[in-house]
Design a protein around this ligand. Structure first.
Ligand code: FES
Ligand SMILES: [Fe+2]
Length: 473
């Protein structure tokens, strides 16, 4: 972390914080366009293979540690048609089990709950302690020679990073810390410990589209100009000169272009819709152009001067202390990060965290979780984490009023994804094309997807003609 000490006992002007090391860390993804076969967005064969090769083998975020604070508190995690029990078994231990009774397979636990001492099956009454050991084998005398095979619930691997509880159903999986790589350096290592945040909002929306279609709508920022035209940018804003994508093993990151960035900067003018600094400031404060602006910029004054100060004040208020130790880049960043296969914890002071997963066994149904993780003072007890607000497939995202203006932004994105799901099936050549720079993260996702699905030598399930790029390259 490169945040210098701002306290100066002699009263001299403290040194300015250095440009954050984690934002300067570059690891560009190889350039090139990529053709992605569309079958993977709707055909059941892909869904079935994803269940076996991704959802049963990959690390997945399941809940927050503070959602199960007491021993016996438990949550259910569901992805595709899989269900897992996640339970706190000791103050410093969390375990996870496939949610199935070892007798005749009834779902063992029907609901999340508090302070359970056992999981008792509601079919014939077999029960296991929360640590997974057998507690009660009702009529065990009638099952000669089987006690050993049901004496313990099978376990998933569990890992916790910054308050996010992850599970991996694969008993041979690598440790979570190996899977994350240097991800923590970009959060707690950079002064943004998500473990200290308060889960202020949690919305879970069911959508009539494949989980990858919706995820990819949140995996690049290039669509902003057309999909979110209200997001005007200042013509001269120092942080609007472009973005760059970097790849770090199992995760990737979009950050603002470095001041020195040449190869990845889109150049001045990209993404600019505001015609004046004043117009950009009006957007920041949500003032309509027709209305009198509450803050009038002086000639030569830049939007960034005002917004940096405002952001710094808001962050200082949220942290319960000054934000002087943070470089301006922290005030403007909010980097988009994505950990394969489906977890998006944004960086900096952004509150956004997303998760995308298939819903049941319909390849054209998914769940999108949206969390707002608010900065919170270290020395004040956190309010309880927000419960999940579920939206049915028929509800607009704007029903989640707790998302504020973001609900309207997400509404624009989700309008696209339904249309994409329809249009994909009409593509005669059977593939979509992802760009070299702006869509690098989508390309990278599909490279990782191919690796996990066993498609390194070509997508053997695809019906698209190889001559047209069915191999996806
Ligand atoms: S299925 Fe669970 S006790 Fe019979
Ligand atoms: Fe968007």
């Amino acid at each position: 972390m490169s945040i210098s000490d701002t306290k100066d006992e002699a009263g001299a002007t403290p040194p300015k914080p250095a440009y954050p090391e984690h934002l300067a860390r570059e690891s560009p993804y190889p350039p090139g366009v990529r053709r992605v076969p569309v079958d993977r967005y709707f055909r059941p064969e892909y869904h079935e293979l994803e269940v076996e090769r991704i959802w049963k083998r990959c690390w997945q975020w399941v809940c927050r540690a503070e959602e199960i604070p007491e021993v016996g508190d438990h949550m259910l995690y569901e992805v595709a048609d899989l269900s897992f029990i996640v339970v706190r078994t000791a103050p410093d231990e969390i375990k996870a089990y496939p949610n199935a009774c070892l007798h005749r397979g009834r779902r063992l636990c029907d609901h999340p709950g508090k302070r359970a001492e056992e999981f008792r099956c509601m079919f014939h009454g077999w029960a296991w302690n929360i640590d997974g050991t057998m507690k009660d084998m009702a009529c065990g005398w009638d099952f000669p020679g089987t006690r050993d095979e049901v004496s313990r619930l099978p376990e998933c691997k569990v890992g916790v990073w910054s308050g996010f509880v992850f599970i991996n159903p694969d008993p041979d999986a690598e440790p979570l810390s190996d899977f994350l790589g240097e991800l923590p350096d970009h959060f707690e290592g950079a002064g943004h410990d998500l473990g200290q945040r308060w889960k202020q909002v949690h919305v879970c929306a069911e959508l009539p589209v494949n989980w990858k279609v919706v995820q990819e709508a949140f995996l690049e920022a290039w669509h902003t100009n057309i999909t979110h035209p209200q997001m005007v940018r200042s013509p001269e804003h120092a942080y609007a000169t472009g973005t760059r994508w970097d790849a770090f093993g199992n995760w990737m990151r979009l950050a603002s272009a470095l001041p020195t960035d040449k190869h990845r900067s889109a150049g001045p003018g990209w993404g600019v819709i505001a015609e004046s600094e004043q117009q950009a400031l009006n957007y920041y404060y949500d003032w309509h152009d027709q209305e009198a602006a509450a803050i009038r910029l002086q000639p030569g004054q830049k939007t960034g001067e005002i917004t940096s100060k405002a952001q710094r004040a808001a962050v200082g208020q949220a942290l319960g202390q000054g934000a002087d130790a943070y470089h301006d880049a922290h005030m403007h960043s909010g980097e988009m990060l994505m950990l394969f296969p489906n977890f998006h914890p944004w960086g900096g002071f952004s509150r956004i965290v997303y998760r995308f997963r298939p819903r049941g066994n319909d390849p054209e149904r998914s769940l999108m979780d949206i969390l707002l993780m608010a900065p919170w003072p270290n020395d004040r007890p956190r309010p309880p984490p927000a419960p999940v607000h579920y939206l049915t497939v028929d509800q607009p995202i704007t029903d989640a009023v707790e998302l504020g203006y973001l609900a309207r932004v997400f509404g624009q994105d989700l309008g696209n994804v339904r249309a994409v799901q329809d249009g994909l099936k009409m593509l005669r050549r059977g593939y979509v094309i992802c760009s070299s720079e702006n869509e690098a993260p989508v390309r990278m996702f599909h490279d990782l997807y191919d690796k996990w699905m066993g498609f390194e030598d070509g997508d053997h399930l695809s019906r698209a003609s190889p001559a047209n790029g069915a191999a996806g390259r």
